[in-house]
Design a protein around this ligand. Structure first.
Ligand SMILES: [Zn+2]
Length: 343
């Protein structure tokens, strides 16, 4: 953190703030990290408050939990024969949001005049990104690490600098709020019937989440409006980053295997960014922020797709193979051990 430009006093203050995990009365996911559960509860409580303002109370029937598994996922499981649901997120979801938010903030700040200019084309966007090999490598490591291991283990820790800090936090929170609010949306909108159109349900949950997130304009900093929660740009960033990750995870289908049940990210973003059609000023702001996210992430997607073809895909396959081998090895030595003890 010192290298990133923080003073001793600032580092001490940050450590103190981050050390506060909160005391939880009920722990649903023992062993996966008390900080994670506290974070999910904090986000969920704020979302519940926002939902309650509309007079809706069905969110009270939702339990939250951290799923003790790798990868990036969030899901709502309906408890059959009841009106209850369990909302869970994977243990590394928040890490993922944090890293993507950092990489995004750094890319934007590397040339903010370029990324927010009206005149642009994909070729110059790509050139702009390639001017920062450090950043390209950072993005690459994020996707390789999460597709190869489901965790952030292969990404070096590069804390945000004092200049990046506020935007980085705003972007990360907006991604997290959207993801959790989307799952609450499935519950509140009673998406239980299997005969319903799953695509339509995704759009509805997105619209619900975008509306909820609008209420978090002053989060996480009460004096600093957050355009990423306000405009839905945090949602767009989450969806586009996940699309690149899926392509790393499923190289054969280029990440398109999920398209059957989920609308494409671009269709979802088109709906999110045009939802305020009747408020021209807001619509303009929504399109500006979502537009910047789309430009940056399109450039990232293009460069990552090349990197995948030029050996990145093979690298991920090797990492996965080694992990599988190690797991089999562990299991075998485990069963040998128990054989020995029973003998
Ligand atoms: Zn959904």
């Amino acid at each position: 953190m010192k290298q990133a430009g923080w003073s001793e006093a600032e580092i001490a203050r940050r450590n103190e703030a981050e050390g506060f995990d909160g005391e939880l009365e009920y722990v649903n996911s023992p062993g996966v990290g008390p900080g994670l559960e506290f974070k999910l509860k904090f986000l969920s409580d704020r979302i519940r408050e926002a939902i309650s303002k509309t007079g809706e109370t069905s969110h009270e029937k939702v339990e939250i939990a951290i799923d003790p598994k790798a990868g990036v996922s969030a899901s709502l499981t309906n408890v059959i024969m009841t009106d209850q649901g369990i909302l869970s997120v994977s243990s590394f979801l928040f890490r993922w949001c944090g890293l993507v938010a950092r990489a995004y903030t750094r890319t934007l700040y590397a040339d903010i005049a370029h990324w927010t200019s009206k005149m642009s084309d994909p070729a110059t966007d790509r050139e702009c990104l390639l001017k920062c090999p450090d950043l390209v490598l950072y993005w690459f490591r994020i996707f390789v690490s999460f597709s190869g291991t489901g965790t952030h283990v292969l990404v070096p820790f590069r804390p945000s600098s004092p200049t990046e800090f506020h935007l980085f936090e705003q972007v990360a929170w907006s991604m997290e709020y959207f993801t959790v609010a989307h799952e609450f949306g499935h519950h509140v909108l009673e998406h239980r019937s299997t005969s319903a159109d799953p695509m339509m349900q995704e759009f509805q949950a997105d619209a619900f989440a975008a509306k909820v997130c609008e209420q978090f304009e002053l989060e996480p900093f009460p004096l600093l409006p957050n355009p990423y929660t306000r405009t839905g740009a945090g949602a767009s960033l989450m969806l586009l980053a996940l699309e690149i990750l899926r392509a790393f995870e499923e190289p054969v289908s280029d990440g398109k295997a999920r398209v059957d049940t989920h609308p494409s990210p671009s269709d979802r973003i088109a709906k999110i960014s045009t939802r305020n059609l009747m408020q021209p000023k807001q619509l303009e702001m929504d399109q500006e922020f979502n537009g910047t996210v789309i430009r940056i992430m399109s450039a990232v997607a293009g460069v990552m797709s090349d990197a995948r073809r030029k050996g990145g895909g093979e690298l991920v396959a090797t990492i996965r193979q080694r992990l599988d081998d190690a797991e089999i090895g562990l299991r075998n030595s485990g069963s040998r051990l128990s054989d020995e003890t029973s003998a």
